[in-house]
Design a protein around this ligand. Structure first.
Ligand SMILES: Cc1cc2nc3c(=O)[nH]c(=O)nc-3n(C[C@H](O)[C@H](O)[C@H](O)COP(=O)(O)OP(=O)(O)OC[C@H]3O[C@@H](n4cnc5c(N)ncnc54)[C@H](O)[C@@H]3O)c2cc1C
Length: 438
């Protein structure tokens, strides 16, 4: 049972990523008054990518303030899957926007995956990146889920995912759980915290000033720009970017009101050594076709990182371990006695339409949030849209204008989100039972 029925709050257990971070990136808090061309609030992927995008475009006087440590939020604690697309699926994009606009938006995230690859190279970021693709494994017998999706992607999004029959799949992923799969070749997985710190270093080398333990505590219009107060100082900025994800900034009510912070969970096993070969003969990452899917990937030190579940409920690391271990054993019963060394939670920011909110809200006040559970490539895309808008007046961000700041209807939205999740989870279980003739 969940520890308490309570909208999620910040949970701070140590993750595998912080225990294995390749650099210690400690920056001081802002202590003196500043003026800046652009002030970015929030040091996750959305904020860091925007800062780097501005610096790459030659913009000087960029300041980034992070309330805690860089990538403290979802960006430094996620599953590490880097793949194209948004939380809102491509089928819905097509229905919402029509073929041309849907394809263009989706392509922004395909380009973002390429940009991540090239930045890893260009800035020499050691982040254990494993360019081995991702399998979308079919939990159900109904093959049409895969073939229909494959057709949709190739006909509308210029994207090829390869069909993998069960006989092939079983050689790669040693479980009887899955039937067949699609293989998305153009995707990778990595150590997200190391990547975030590497990006931040690249931005800093190009002149961005980064302050940690510097929460923005108020935001007001001031002349032609904005005044941001922090506990010990203040910043006068021509433009401000709010990029606080599910860790709500508490600065501009309409921006916070547009997202629901939703928790999801990750655990990491002890090193498996040779036992890894008993379960996986691939270095790719894997998730499955249920609404409430598992996602997992092999780590270079022979551990298995396993994630899943979403909830509006807070859970302790011990509760996360218990819950996810049960999920792990449904897929790999052969790991019955495996030790779990790390377990943690993180907050994602969801909008009701499940699309990012990337917009200029008032003159000189921008936001980039609501990336949901599929945010690594989209935050990279957002960084490009926001930085090119601010630096060059690029209007591409308006491609997302039909997905604006829609109220998340809190607190009822929390109950709605949890009920929807449970309902879809129950539908998955029912389908599973029907297929197995139970
Ligand atoms: C457990 C987990 C697993 C996931 N797995 C994947 C995955 O495998 N692949 C994928 O694509 N996506 C995944 N996601 C989603 C992805 O991580 C997020 O969508 C993405 O990282 C969001 O980035 P962000 O910059 O918007 O927010 P965050 O990374 O949450 O950053 C927001 C930052 O703002 C700071 N902040 C808040 N208020 C203030 C303030 N007032 N002043 C200053 N700073 C402030 C916070 O401290 C925080 O560091 C996962 C998410 C979670 C939680």
């Amino acid at each position: 049972m969940p520890d308490r029925l309570h909208p999620v709050k910040i949970i701070g257990s140590q993750s595998y990523y912080s225990a294995t971070a390749s650099t210690s990136f400690a920056r001081p808090a802002l202590a003196a008054k500043k003026s800046a061309k652009v002030c970015i609030i929030g040091g996750g992927f959305a904020g860091i990518n925007t800062a780097l995008g501005l610096a790459e475009r030659g913009i000087k006087d960029v300041v980034l303030c992070e309330a805690r440590n860089l990538a403290f939020g979802a960006s430094g604690r996620n599953g590490g899957f880097v793949f194209a697309g948004f939380s809102r699926g491509p089928e819905s994009l097509l229905k919402d926007l029509g073929p041309q606009a849907a394809k263009q938006l989706y392509k922004g995230t395909v380009d973002a995956v390429d940009l991540i690859r090239s930045r890893i190279d260009q800035y020499n970021i050691g982040c254990q990146h494993t360019d081995a693709g991702v399998y979308w494994a079919n939990w159900f017998r109904d093959q049409s889920v895969l073939t229909d999706f494959q057709k949709l992607l190739s006909e509308n999004f210029d994207t090829r995912w390869d069909f993998v029959p069960q006989s092939e799949l079983k050689k790669l992923i040693n479980t009887n759980r899955y039937k067949d799969a699609l293989y998305e070749k153009n995707s990778l997985h990595f150590h997200p915290l190391n990547y975030a710190l590497g990006l931040a270093k690249a931005a800093e080398d190009k002149g961005v000033e980064i302050y940690e333990n510097t929460p923005a505590i108020s935001l007001k219009k001031s002349g032609n720009g904005w005044l941001i107060k922090t506990p010990e100082a203040e910043i006068e900025a021509e433009q401000v970017v709010l990029a606080c994800g599910g860790y709500l900034a508490n600065l501009y009510p309409r921006i916070d009101a547009s997202v629901l912070p939703i928790a999801t969970y990750v655990m990491v096993t002890e090193p498996l050594g040779d036992r890894m070969q008993e379960i996986l003969q691939t270095r790719a990452a894997i998730y499955d076709t249920r609404f409430a899917f598992d996602y997992y990937r092999p780590l270079p030190d022979s551990r298995l990182l396993w994630g899943g579940r979403i909830s509006v409920l807070d859970r302790s690391p011990e509760a996360v371990k218990k819950l996810l271990r049960r999920d792990l054993l449904k897929v790999f019963p052969q790991l019955g006695n495996v030790g779990i060394d790390f377990a943690w939670s993180g907050l994602m920011s969801y909008s009701r339409h499940e699309m990012p909110q990337i917009a200029e809200i008032e003159k000189g006040l921008w936001c980039g949030q609501a990336f949901g559970g599929h945010g690594v490539a989209p935050t990279t895309f957002a960084g490009e849209l926001l930085s090119s808008a601010i630096a060059e007046g690029d209007k591409r961000w308006q491609g997302l204008s039909s997905y604006g700041l829609v109220s998340a209807l809190k607190p009822a939205g929390f109950i709605g989100a949890q009920l929807t999740y449970w309902w879809l989870q129950a539908k998955d279980s029912w389908k599973d039972r029907m297929e197995s003739g139970a």
